[in-house]
Design a protein around this ligand. Structure first.
Ligand code: GLU
Length: 550
């Protein structure tokens, strides 16, 4: 009896690995094309770090005419949730990111290198596990849970490394005949990799992001096929990334310590090692200290947060690019209007220690992104968000679409467009006063700032309506008239004049404007008042001033 008999007994129906090597040939792509993947477990939750990975992967694949695929890693079936794949696919799609290959919903996929869900790849793993057994590089292990537990206790009390390795790996040298006998007797087993490594020897590995790292060799005989017949992460990683012809394994640095094991697995399987790119976790600064952004403590760790808040996908992606490559910020400054896709991303410029996530900065990026939207685009984006998250706002802006477009158009054609909106959840507050039904019949608390005397305010408003207000005026005439009004009532015509001799006047043209602004909108700060009046129209302006005088 030899290894082949053992392999045939364990996996009688497994295909020869040549079959899969042919079925999934090398991809015909440009030499430097990057083939990369996002490989989440179907827990439904997408972490901001995962989204950053997707933004970067998508960008790199586009930049090099490569491929970005989605593989679902569902070999730990305890962690799965119903609809988990759909939720992942949709949350990534919400950010405008599409995969070239991979799962498109719970059951379907696209691409020629599938199946893209690990639980559908059982036969493939069996073939490669069988191959390793034939080569004497894998073996059945009959250790029971109790045996393993005892072993661990011994190792711990002797203060030595825990695990299944060296002399502790009891079943690695079990004669083939005995193993076959045990299997025939129905004894339970799992399949382990037989490591040839030695902990005392060092290897040097080059990680694209982290640079050279020295490790001790792997010597653990890890499980490759579990009792449920499914592979472990490590084994599936080697088989899948090889057969999907992945060139760059971009993954979180929690996997760095597995590199020696993965290198050994690739070698034993006869696979070419992909480039490893381990990125550091996204950090958050709290009380002057940095820590990993946490699913438990930080709402912004879940990508659903950005969607609910209505931070446009473009802004989130741009911000992630920003913290992904520090050179992005400078590039953006020199190329303010260029599409992000033109930026050349460099994996080796990713932060080794972890980029700090700053929501204030993100909102700032977002403000700039939104300021470049046309009123039509803004309207569409706000409406589609509002339909899902703010029914009131959706109704408000839909009632009279043409009017709403005018409202959204305020200060949008300007050289310096308005920047008071950084997320869709800001919009209601930024526009609600423009709607008569939400203003004329509502209680408005007028806070007039400097000029606060009621009769003085009424005098300003009345004089304005009687002598100076004409909706047809162009902007210059309109403004000159506010100056005339100020002068007539004893205020400084120009702010500059006032500043020279502030004791000479009770206030200046700006203070008079504020009175008008507060009367018209209930706010001291708004976008351009001329544009606001133009959009409101004559009747609404008069009604609002009348209401304020009352
Ligand atoms: N399923 C693994 C995880 O979510 C994938 C790691 C990898 O990208 O290889 O951590």
């Amino acid at each position: 009896m030899n290894y082949k008999d053992l392999a045939d007994l364990i996996f009688p129906n497994a295909k020869d690995i040549e079959y899969y090597e042919k079925k999934y040939p090398e991809r015909s792509l440009p030499e430097d094309a990057i083939v990369t993947r996002f490989a989440p477990s179907p827990t439904g939750f997408v972490h901001i770090g995962g989204l950053m990975q997707c933004v970067i992967n998508r960008h790199l694949a586009d930049q090099t005419n490569g491929v970005f695929l989605l593989r679902i890693e569902d070999t730990d079936q305890k962690r799965e949730i119903e609809d988990g794949v759909n939720q992942i696919v949709n949350s990534i799609k919400d950010f405008g990111i599409e995969f070239d290959e991979g799962m498109i919903n719970e059951t379907e996929s696209k691409g020629n290198y599938g199946p893209y869900k690990q639980s559908d790849r059982k036969e493939i793993y069996e073939s490669y596990a069988k191959y390793l057994i034939e080569q004497g590089r894998a073996y059945p292990c009959f250790a029971t849970a109790e045996e393993l537990e005892k072993m661990r206790e011994k190792q711990e009390s002797a203060k030595i490394r825990t695990g299944y390795y060296g002399v502790w790996a009891t079943y690695r040298n079990l004669p083939v005949d005995e193993a076959i006998e045990k299997i025939k007797n129905g004894e339970k087993y799992i399949v382990r990799f037989k490591s040839m490594g030695n902990e005392e020897r060092k290897i040097r590995h080059h990680d694209v992001i982290k640079g050279n790292i020295d490790f001790p060799e792997n010597d653990q005989d890890i499980v490759i096929i579990k009792a449920d017949g499914l592979p472990t992460y490590h084994f599936a990683h080697a088989v899948d990334d090889h057969l999907m012809r992945v060139t760059h394994v971009i993954r979180s640095d929690e996997w760095v310590s597995s590199i020696p094991l993965h290198l050994e697995l690739f070698k034993a399987l006869g696979f070419k090692v992909p480039k490893y790119c381990h990125y550091a976790p996204i950090l958050k600064e709290e009380d002057g200290k940095k820590r990993k952004i946490s699913k438990r403590k930080d709402p912004e760790a879940a990508v659903s947060y950005y969607h609910e808040e209505g931070i446009p996908q473009e802004a989130v992606c741009e911000y992630l690019m920003n913290i992904g490559n520090s050179s992005f910020e400078l590039w953006r400054k020199t190329n303010p209007d260029e599409d992000m896709s033109k930026f050349k991303f460099e994996l080796n410029k990713m932060s080794v220690s972890g980029a700090v996530f700053d929501i204030v900065k993100l909102l700032d990026v977002s403000k700039n992104v939104i300021s470049k939207y046309s009123k039509e685009r803004l309207y569409d984006e706000v409406l589609s968000w509002a339909k899902r998250y703010d029914k009131f706002l959706a109704d408000l802006i839909q009632k009279d679409k043409d009017y709403s477009l005018k409202v959204f158009g305020i200060e949008r054609q300007n050289v310096k467009p308005r920047k008071d909106i950084s997320k869709w959840s800001d919009v209601k507050d930024a526009i609600i006063y423009m709607y008569d039904e939400e203003f004329l019949d509502k209680d408005i608390s007028y806070d007039y700032a400097k000029i606060s005397d009621k009769s003085e305010i009424n005098k300003i408003l009345t004089t304005y309506v009687e002598k100076y207000f004409n909706i047809e005026d162009d902007k210059q005439t309109w403004f000159d008239k506010i100056k005339d009004l100020s002068e007539e009532l004893g205020y400084a015509r120009e702010v500059k004049e006032y500043k020279k001799e502030p004791e000479k006047w009770p206030g200046h043209v700006g203070d008079v404007s504020t009175v008008l602004r507060v009367a018209l909108t209930g706010r001291q700060n708004t976008p351009d008042m001329y544009e606001i009046m133009q959009v409101l129209g004559k009747e609404s302006v008069l009604n609002r001033i009348k209401k304020a005088i009352k």
